[in-house]
Design a protein around this ligand. Structure first.
Ligand code: IFM
Length: 804
């Protein structure tokens, strides 16, 4: 069953059936003013913090309510409906609708009883309020009189928990007022007196507004219970039923903004109005409202600005392959998902309420990777920030507070940090993610001076970027376990695998091996020969240890607990085969060709399913060791043998690095949201964004996906596809092009912005191979192998690669 389609030209996903298996959401604005909206207008808004700046209420884990509702009532027939299918929920035989989720805007079209409506929701670029623009057209043959009512349900407290559970307090600090064209919602309004000449403290007294522009307010209400009416719901508010709001304001209980206006339309006539929401005082609110006097023009201008901005961002890498699913993901939806995770981190979704008071180190450093090929300058800023959250001992702060103060932070060695963040220890992997991220940035941008930029450490002192990377190497080197691999510390990438402080994770060992490879390239660039020699020695030693201690016939094990128990051994009754050590053995360059192919084959046979490769198999149940926290999850879920989406990116990359285009693409397709558009009833999640995991074969709901949007999956899949399948691999001096594509792709093209040059790339595969290079022409000149030195690139560079 499918509920919509991709409009690639407009970069929209168009939902044609509103009764989707779950609320399918979009992101508007930024965490400065963030808004989530579902295809039925459910969702919430916040300023700066999803947990502490909540403006519009949304009840999690419920029926996608409340939302940004706009009701339309025919005053002659007294029939009413909503501009989004819900909340009124008219019979779908009579009510036709489309929801267009675009890049930072959502537009809902509806046709009912001869009235065509277009509800456009967005946060104007760089602004901190939201706009609901409603355009109504009379497509019937008679004059029509409609009462339109906008409804915004405010939280009673900026803190969403206080709003939800501390009612004996939060209901009695709130009130609303009506002013000309808006409802003012005030929290702590009783503190708004000020001595002469003093300003009211707007930290204490919080002002929100809900305004109407483009029409005059005919009736209004600021009290939720009064607006809805006793035992009424959002589907049949009494004020909407009557066509007249009571004028009652909130004093205690629940504030809302409800504004009605009567609109008269002749046949074929169109009118635009807009509702505005923000957390602003009277003065600022008035200034904003005035900008919308010419509602139609202003909203059209702002929508165009958003489209220009976002489409511009996405245009830096575009590809045309024979796979529509691949194209739509890489060109638009995976890329947009990468920007959303990059910008929003794990701040707010329908699953994350915004409680986390900082950035997870590994998540954020990983997220950066997804946008480097599109916006290296944005990546740079965040890389600097994350380097400034590295402690002077080289480790990453597990949680980087939103108010991070580089040079002055406590660390996991300080009780104060542990108390404030809940992180009792360093994690073994955090700082190791810096290596691929910094490398990708250097290679994409060519900004090699960055290695010499001085950046503070989190707690004290400062060092060049190169020094930061060296310290990260030292961090692991100074904390080795009994076999000589990095010690387990609190955890590795897998939050649910606690090998113990002195346990050892094969995954981390492989990351460390890879890190040494990357920093060796930096050392060579910097002509730091001594350090290069040191790295060679340590890397060889580590390589031997990993081979001796972790290779187990046809797979790499997952690690050792601190009591010496092997995890992921072939003979274990449970969890005897793990995905990540296999993919990382290839990515890190440690595995020999034979090991790599054997391990990848074992993955394919043991872990692959029609929805992707499961994280490990069999799930933990009876034989979980003490640190196997994943056992708390139902079999086939999350880290307990779920199809962890983030890991799919690494297996795609690993197969592609081995030149196995068919397998790489198979893994892509199995888990790609766009490829499951027709299986929406199984997947349930939006077909245009990734989820954290898909339920594995041990679940009765095999194929169902969860935790939309904010997942590291976006970046790992992007890297797996761009560097892996498409084979775009920049290094310090140029670009290697090494595609690993399905045999049946006979050609593909790509447009890539690279260090100020426009690359037009055409790849041919006449003889149905998965990888290889028989010829590479750059502006007609043959290159050696599949590598283009940067100096060969001109402003517009034509590149033709023949695989076979
Ligand atoms: O790696 C973690 C991530 O940091 C948070 N989500 C789960 C992943 C795997 O455990």
């Amino acid at each position: 069953m499918k509920y919509g389609y991709f409009d690639d030209t407009k970069r929209e996903y168009v939902i044609t059936r509103p009764d989707t298996p779950a609320p399918w959401a979009n992101y508007l604005g930024s965490p400065e003013y963030g808004a989530l909206i579902s295809n039925n207008a459910g969702g919430y808004s916040f300023a700066k913090s999803g947990a502490n700046g909540r403006i519009l209420r949304y009840i999690f884990n419920q029926f996608d309510q409340p939302g940004r509702y706009m009701y339309i009532r025919d005053n002659k027939t007294q029939d009413y409906w909503s501009a989004s299918w819900q909340p009124v929920g008219k019979d779908l035989e009579a009510y036709k609708s489309e929801c267009h989720h675009g890049t930072a805007y959502t537009k809902m079209l509806a046709d009912y009883s001869g009235i065509h409506s277009e509800a456009l929701y967005y946060v104007p670029l760089d602004q901190t309020y939201e706009v609901w623009n409603l355009r109504l057209t009379n497509q019937s043959a008679e004059d029509r009189e409609l009462t339109v009512t906008g409804y915004a349900e405010f939280t009673n407290n900026n803190n969403y928990e206080q709003d939800q559970i501390n009612l004996q307090y939060s209901q009695f600090i709130t009130r609303t007022e009506f002013h000309e064209n808006r409802i003012r919602h005030v929290i702590h309004g009783n503190l708004d007196w000020a001595k002469e000449g003093e300003e009211v403290d707007d930290e204490l007294v919080i002002d929100r507004f809900f305004a109407l522009t483009g029409a005059t307010v005919d009736s209004y209400c600021g009290d939720r219970e009064e607006f809805l009416g006793r035992y009424h719901g959002y589907n049949n508010p009494q004020g909407v039923e009557k066509g007249q709001l009571s004028g009652e304001m909130c004093y205690n209980q629940n504030g809302c903004g409800a504004l009605s206006t009567v609109i008269r339309l002749k046949p074929n006539e169109t009118k635009d109005i807009a509702f505005l929401v923000g957390m602003k005082g009277n003065k600022e609110a008035k200034e904003i409202i005035v900008k919308y006097e010419n509602t139609t023009q202003q909203c059209e201008k702002e929508l165009n600005e958003l489209i220009t901005y976002w489409h511009g961002r996405l245009s830096h890498f575009q590809v045309q392959t024979p796979s529509a699913e691949f194209n739509t993901m890489i060109n638009t939806w995976n890329a947009y998902n990468c920007f959303i995770t990059f910008i929003w981190s794990r701040a707010a979704s329908f699953f994350y309420c915004g409680l986390r008071n900082g950035y997870g180190y590994r998540d954020t450093v990983q997220d950066i990777q997804g946008i480097i090929h599109l916006a290296p300058e944005m990546a740079l800023e965040k890389i600097r920030f994350m380097l400034s959250a590295q402690v002077d001992n080289g480790g990453g702060l597990p949680l980087v507070k939103f108010n991070h103060n580089a040079g002055h932070e406590d660390t996991p060695e300080d009780a104060s940090y542990v108390k404030e963040t809940g992180h009792p220890e360093y994690r073994a992997d955090d700082a190791l993610w810096l290596f691929p991220t910094v490398y990708k940035y250097l290679a994409e941008s060519g900004n090699m001076e960055f290695l010499d930029e001085v950046i503070p450490f989190a707690n004290k002192d400062e060092g060049t970027v190169y020094e930061h990377l060296k310290r990260a190497i030292d961090f692991s080197m100074n904390r080795l376990g009994v076999h000589g691999m990095p010690a387990g510390l609190y955890a590795d990438w897998n939050d649910c695998l606690r090998l113990g402080k002195n346990g050892e994770s094969a995954f981390v060992a492989l990351q460390f091996y890879y890190a040494m490879d990357i920093i060796k390239r930096c050392a060579e660039y910097k002509k730091d020969t001594q350090y290069g020699i040191y790295l060679d020695e340590k890397k060889n030693m580590l390589g031997k240890i990993i081979n001796e201690c972790c290779w187990n016939e046809d797979r790499f094990i997952r690690g050792y607990t601190q009591t010496g128990e092997i995890i992921g051994c072939k003979t274990d009754p449970e969890a005897n085969m793990w995905l990540n050590p296999q993919s990382w053995a290839v990515i890190s360059g440690l595995a020999s060709e034979e090991q790599a192919d054997t391990a990848l084959d074992t993955v394919y046979q043991r872990l692959n399913t029609e929805y992707g490769a499961i994280l490990m198999d069999p799930p933990y149940y009876k034989h979980a060791f003490e640190g196997a926290l994943a056992v708390i999850y139902n079999a086939g879920s999350k880290e307990n043998a779920g199809i962890f989406s983030q890991s799919q990116g690494w297996i795609i990359l690993a197969e592609a690095l081995r030149g196995h285009g068919d397998r790489a693409f198979t893994y892509f397709m199995e888990n790609a949201p766009a490829a499951q558009n027709e299986k929406a009833d199984i997947r349930k999640l939006e077909p245009y964004c990734y989820g954290q995991f898909t339920e594995g074969k041990d679940s009765p709901h095999f194929g169902r996906s969860h935790v939309h949007w904010l997942t590291g999956t976006a970046s790992t899949i992007m890297v797996g596809c761009v560097e892996g399948i498409l084979g775009m691999r920049p290094d310090f001096s140029g670009l290697c092009i090494s595609p690993s594509i399905p045999k049946e792709w006979d050609t593909f093209t790509a447009k890539k912005e690279f260090r100020g040059k426009h690359l037009h790339i055409q790849v041919y595969n006449h003889n149905q191979k998965e990888s290889g290079c028989v010829e590479l022409l750059v502006n007609g000149e043959a290159m050696k192998g599949n590598y283009i030195p940067f100096e060969k690139m001109t402003e517009n560079t034509d590149i033709v690669l023949t695989i076979s």
